[in-house]
Design a protein around this ligand. Structure first.
Ligand code: ADP
Length: 483
């Protein structure tokens, strides 16, 4: 199958979050399977300059945006089995950040991703790659299915092309005014509530949900939640229910080339499910040293690696951390909401022996937290899939999580007095401070019972959260889509 992946970020080229991990890893997984050719399109951001062996496709092509014609060039790199094209337009993509600066979102994000979406289609023609499937990710690429069914409907090049849209987080939808609809070049007759119109303006994500042949999101449980719970559906619940026969939940995997404690060179020493007992204690001790915490093997150490925003629920954990300090330790790596950052900083200053806060993006430290902590806290208010809980399990660091979204699909919760033969972590009974406190206290009591604790670690480390099954699920879906 000829597969085009269209995403606004892909690891290792450009990343702000989980979308990049998925777009990169899934492309490689699909391309490694026989019979698939995979071409990945991402914008040519300024950071792409650092990519080595970048080559240029000779020539340029043109995309209309509103009443202007924009010039687009393509650069490319062979990345494993995947051919990656970078969509170049200086005005739109040669910038310091991907989507926003500290002054807010780029005001022309609509134009930037209109251009990107249309350039993916024109780019396929430009390089002569006729896709069977175009797999689009999130609102930034969600206009592609809409173009295929409207402006490109009669284009012979795409006669056989079908589209799949994956929603990584329904909270981000790309809402713009009617003028964006005009700039995109769609037909005014299609500006109706059953197609593009959304409360008087247009919604990029809605357009994708309406027009994609099939739609997925990143876990089966989140797929259910967004159809039934308006707080999760963010206004799209009715439309998603309407499209339920074409709406699937496929859980993400983690990239085990990057996340594997046995081969992880960022850890002071490696370990596996048979050898973790001694080695993990050393990794913990070094993490305590590195972050200035009291070196204490007895206190359970709780790690957090997270964006600091409302979704992730860390605001609910601050009081709990204060209450439990002395009995437990906490290392928080994360940035985002300035208010939350300040609260974390203040807490760490007040209890330096037990609470450490590092307010930046730090890939290496993240590895050492996943490896050195005993528990990993993720009290998300909603969580489409979540990668961090899967990474922490791989590192034998037991997740303490809320019972939402993909956390339900990927963590097996410890049950008091129940059968814990497969347990890999702890669920909060409620999404509030009390729920976090009770779950951490429960985890602390199990921590004291080394036999059970070690069994849980083993379960977590041996749980298969690789891409193998999910990549097969996507291929099955593509087959269904083109059939
Ligand atoms: P989301 O995509 O909603 O932010 P996920 O759990 O799906 O959450 O993925 C988060 C990814 O970003 C993980 O790989 C996590 O390790 C990483 N990450 C988050 N914050 C930081 C940070 N401050 N430093 C390094 N990595 C981080």
């Amino acid at each position: 199958m000829n597969i085009v992946m269209a995403a606004s970020e892909a690891f290792p080229f450009c990343k702000t979050g989980g979308l990049a991990d998925v777009a990169g890893a899934l492309s490689q997984q699909l391309a490694a399977r026989k019979g698939n050719k995979v071409v990945l399109f991402v914008p040519h951001y300024r950071s792409i300059r650092r990519v080595s062996s970048l080559k240029v496709v000779p020539g340029v092509f043109y995309i209309p945006v509103g009443d202007r014609i924009e010039q687009v060039s393509l650069s490319y790199v062979n990345w494993g089995h995947v051919l990656v094209f970078f969509v170049g337009n200086r005005k739109y993509f040669d910038r310091a950040e991907l989507y926003f600066t500290k002054n807010g979102e780029y005001v022309d994000n609509d134009e930037r991703f209109i251009l990107f979406s249309r350039a993916v289609l024109e780019g396929c023609k430009f390089v002569g790659f006729r896709p069977d499937i175009i797999h689009c990710h999130d609102w930034q690429a969600a206009l592609i299915p809409a173009y295929l069914k409207t402006v490109y409907k009669l284009d012979a090049f795409f006669t056989r092309t079908r589209s799949v849209l994956t929603i990584h987080n329904l909270a981000y939808q790309g809402h713009y005014s009617y003028s964006s609809f005009e700039k995109a070049g769609f037909y005014p007759v299609d500006f109706t509530p059953d197609k593009f119109e959304y409360y008087g303006g247009m919604s990029f994500l809605k357009s994708g949900i309406v027009f994609a042949d099939n739609i997925t999101t990143v876990s089966p449980n989140y797929a259910k939640e967004v159809q039934t719970n308006p707080a999760m559906g963010c206004g799209m619940e009715g439309l998603l229910r309407y499209r339920r026969k074409n709406f699937y939940g496929i859980v993400n995997g983690i990239n085990t080339d990057v996340w594997d404690p046995e081969i992880d060179t960022m850890l002071p020493m490696g370990y596996d499910a048979a050898s973790f007992a001694k080695s993990k204690a050393i990794v913990k001790q070094q993490l305590q040293q590195e972050t200035g915490l009291e070196e204490n093997a007895k206190k359970p150490l709780v790690g957090v690696v997270s964006r600091l925003d409302y979704q992730k629920g860390l605001d609910m954990a601050l009081g709990v951390m204060e209450k439990l300090h002395g009995k437990m330790q906490f290392v928080v790596l994360g940035c985002g909401d300035p208010m939350l950052e300040k609260q974390c900083r203040d807490l760490a200053k007040k209890y330096p022996k037990d609470i450490a806060y590092i307010g930046k993006l730090d890939e290496e430290l993240a590895h050492r937290i996943y490896g050195g902590a005993d528990l990993f806290l993720m009290p998300s208010r909603f969580e489409p899939c979540g990668l961090s809980q899967m990474i922490s399990m791989k590192y034998g660091t037991l997740p303490v999580v809320s019972k939402v979204g993909g956390l339900v699909d990927t963590v097996t919760g410890y049950k008091d007095g129940g059968d814990n033969a497969a347990a890999t972590g702890f669920f909060m009974s409620a999404i509030n401070a009390g729920g976090i406190l009770a779950a951490l206290e429960k985890a602390t009591s199990v921590y004291a019972d080394k036999k059970t604790w070690n069994k849980l670690i083993k379960n977590a480390m041996l749980k298969d959260n690789s891409w193998d099954k999910s990549a097969e699920d996507y291929i099955d879906l593509y087959r269904k889509t083109v059939a």
